[in-house]
Design a protein around this ligand. Sequence first.
Ligand SMILES: O=C1O[C@H](COP(=O)(O)O)[C@@H](O)[C@H](O)[C@H]1O
Length: 261
Amino acid sequence: MPGKQPNLFAFNDIDALAPALRSYIIACQNSGLTRHDVFKVAVSGGSLPNTLAEALLAEPKSEEDVIKFDKWELFFADERAVPLDHEDSNYALVKKELLDKIPASMGQPIVHPIDAEYLNDTQELADQYEKKLVGSFAKGDSVKLPIFDLLLLGSGPDGHTCSLFPGHPLLRETDAWVAPIEDSPKPPPRRITLTLPVVTHAVRIAFVATGAAKKEIMKEIFEVGNGLPCALVNEAAGDRCSWFTDNAAVEGVQFPRRSFL
Ligand SMILES: O=C1O[C@H](COP(=O)(O)O)[C@@H](O)[C@H](O)[C@H]1O
């Protein structure tokens, strides 16, 4: 892998991973607040929101260990073209697992779901979501790509991330910030997603991958690459990219682990 390598952290289990993920997110939050007094973060669906909730809703251990939700702008790294209360909606999942559980005393993030008015037209759904990003990141002559402070991503068992799937032409998108997909191999087929240049342009990118079911794809991502979407993120982002895994997900993976300090 050319250039600096991604950070691979492995923990015994999710209970050990969650506090490290929390520290990492707080460091990203505090850098974002120093830069522009807001923390711009995008999250995925799948297995991530549950682990995220365990990390973020824990009791603070010190005065520095503070999640400032009232300074967060929360976007979605990908979303399915379904109503916001549908069981396949990433928004509904993040709401159920995390947002609904945030105590009032912690403040509330500004949340940017898709506009469900455009569900019948995924191109329009993507364009409207991109408009939200433009509003927040001011796309223009000097801003070619949004710079998220942090992307919190998952990796599917096929190596997809966001709704960027292996071998899909969408991986070659260079202009759009948000793109539609009508043929996702994982249901539901109709979705929108941040594009690869947007993902790799973030200040920090954190993947969370846990469980033995991810072992084979983790080997392929870290040992071979094979143009898998997760491997493309690793290659482009280098050490701006960190993987929070459990031992089961990386058993036998030939790649140096870093210790989380
Ligand atoms: O379909 C999706 O899957 C990926 C991976 O999910 P996981 O359950 O294997 O962690 C997820 O990151 C993405 O947001 C979602 O739409």
